[in-house]
Ligand binder design. Structure first.
Ligand code: NAD
Length: 260
């Protein structure tokens, strides 16, 4: 089903995006990676994925906080491949602070990357998908697209926003072979979360391991992290024929977080 298709996974040099890109490549999709990091390490990731899965893996640099760079990224891939068949809007950042002292520039940055970049990538990639009458848009939202927590105003606004964007795109494409859905992970142990664990450990004067347990105990009933590999398998399902009538959902994989 996805063999030979082109998948762009934004923010795929690390964490969840890397896990999803790897799962797509393992099923035969050609993958365009994107994200920041050490160029030599990115090249190692790219070549390794290509070799392990026998597909074409390319890396496309773009700072997705800049609208023009999102547009240019999609345009380059469409020119080279005719269309982006699978678009995974995953790149995201976090900033933690109470709303009164939330820095305005961090608000703008979080909204730009976690919400606006997904809108721009979607609007630019959709015409190619419509022309082929097939496409999968998967937005990596969060449990924070469904419920809130303290001190994450920008992130939660962006993630609720992307769930809304997902529903709108799903309705606008409802009579086509293009589907649009959101995945809402709970805690996944990636660099984004490691920073929060380290900050918690420093603030409470506890070890990183103790902070990890405290973090999970607070919100995630399973007390286990979701893994990028598990999220990759959910993305594979959403790309399948069996999921062609899954449209506009915000699908949690969160160890029970939002069941509470
Ligand atoms: P991560 O920090 O491991 O990865 C983020 C990726 O985005 C990296 O590849 C990074 O280079 C890239 N990136 C950062 N700024 C960028 C920019 N301006 N332009 C292009 N790429 C950029 O984080 P992660 O935990 O894997 O998060 C991935 C997504 O999953 C995010 O949208 C995040 O909100 C969401 N999410 C994460 C968790 C979690 O517990 N880790 C839970 C729910 C949702």
């Amino acid at each position: 089903m996805i063999e030979g298709k082109l998948a762009l996974v934004t923010g795929s040099t690390s964490g969840i995006g890397l896990g999803i890109a790897d799962a797509l490549a393992a099923r035969g999709a050609n993958v365009a990676l994107n994200g920041f990091g050490d160029p030599a390490e990115i090249e190692r990731l790219r070549a390794d994925m290509e070799k392990r899965h026998g597909v074409k893996v390319e890396f496309e640099h773009a700072d997705l906080m800049k609208t023009a760079e999102v547009e240019a990224l999609v345009a380059r891939l469409v020119e080279r491949h005719g269309a982006i068949d699978i678009l995974v809007n995953n790149a995201g950042i976090q900033h933690v602070a109470p709303v009164e002292s939330f820095p305005a520039d961090r608000w703008d940055a979080v909204i730009a990357l976690n919400l606006s970049a997904a809108f721009h990538a979607t609007r630019c990639a959709l015409p190619g998908m419509r022309a082929r009458d097939w496409g999968r848009i998967i937005n990596i939202a969060s449990v924070h697209g469904l419920v809130a927590s303290v001190e994450k105003a920008a992130y939660i606004a962006a993630k609720h926003g992307i769930v809304g964007l997902t529903k709108t795109v799903a309705l606008e494409t409802a009579r086509t072979g293009v589907t649009c859905n959101a995945i809402c992970p709970g805690w996944v142990l990636t660099p984004l979360v490691q920073k929060q664990i380290d900050a918690r450990a420093a603030a409470a004067g506890i070890s990183a391991d103790e902070a990890k347990v405290a973090l999970l105990s607070e919100k995630q009933p399973s007390q286990e992290f979701v893994t990028p590999q598990q999220l990759g398998e959910l993305a594979i399902f959403l790309c399948s024929d069996a999921a062609s009538q899954v449209r506009g959902v915000a699908w949690a994989m969160d160890g029970g977080w939002t069941a509470q």
